[in-house]
Design a protein around this ligand. Structure first.
Ligand code: 13P
Length: 238
């Protein structure tokens, strides 16, 4: 057993019958290094099992008149232990800024939730050789004024790699992860887990998992098919 994390981000895929089938497939999964983040309405079906459950987003307040939102306090109270924040799809489609993500991170940590903070550059930023500048800005802004980052995990997700079947080279991922860990050390003198996400699948996981400093993976598409996801879990955590 390793201490690496494998996180499934189902996004908005699967309807009720898909979820029921998936639950049958996953019935024997016994691994606390696996975090399943279903679409929030299906989350209760995944609770009280032998793996962890996370949300794909939360709001920054504990309670109140915020139609359609879920609070960190509510999430913790039902048994959620992880929250994905700052995903590029939330930044792109819902206009979430680093500052807003920072407020949500603080709200989660206050409620004892572990945060999986997503950062990553666009294709254009990469082509302009701005990757490290963008990553540093995201880290500094999203983690601003945190007292402790013990419950923060960062997921490096290059935006151009999400859902495209294109991944950076292993050397590029290793370099980005080293950079992220260095920036965090500079700011907090603390070590955190850094995951890689973006087109991780059952075929490339062996190679990706051989990257020296990677502490796990955040998996989108391939996590929604349990026979594929199972291979990823096995490769990374056993
Ligand atoms: P894919 O694995 O489908 O590329 O998605 C990655 C992702 O966005 C996980 O959060």
């Amino acid at each position: 057993m390793t201490n690496k994390l494998v996180v499934a981000n189902f996004k908005m895929s699967m309807d009720t019958s898909d979820v029921n089938n998936y639950l049958k497939d996953i019935a024997t999964l016994d691994n606390k290094n696996v975090v399943i983040c279903p679409t929030s309405i299906y989350l209760p079906y995944f609770l009280k099992k032998k793996f962890e459950v996370g949300l794909q987003n939360v709001y920054k307040e504990d309670l109140g008149a915020y139609t359609g939102e879920i609070s960190p306090k509510q999430a913790y109270s039902i048994g959620v232990r992880y929250v994905i924040l700052g995903h590029s799809e939330r930044r792109q489609y819902f206009k979430e800024t680093n500052e807003f993500v920072n407020e949500k991170i603080k709200a989660c940590l206050k409620n004892n939730l572990k945060v999986i903070l997503c950062i990553g550059e666009t294709k254009e930023e990469r082509d302009l050789l701005k990757t490290k500048r963008i990553l540093k800005k995201q880290i500094v802004s999203c983690l601003k004024d945190l007292k402790s980052i013990q419950n923060v995990v960062i997921a490096y997700e290059p935006i151009w790699s999400i859902g495209t079947n294109i991944t950076p080279t292993n050397a590029e991922i290793e370099d980005a992860i080293t950079f992220i860990k260095d920036v965090v050390w500079e700011l907090f003198e603390a070590k955190i887990k850094v995951l890689y996400g973006g087109s991780v699948n059952e075929n490339n996981i062996k190679s990706l998992n051989s990257i020296n400093n990677v502490d796990g993976f955040l998996v989108g598409g391939a996590s929604t098919n349990y026979s594929k996801f199972k291979k990823i879990i096995k490769e990374v955590t056993e």
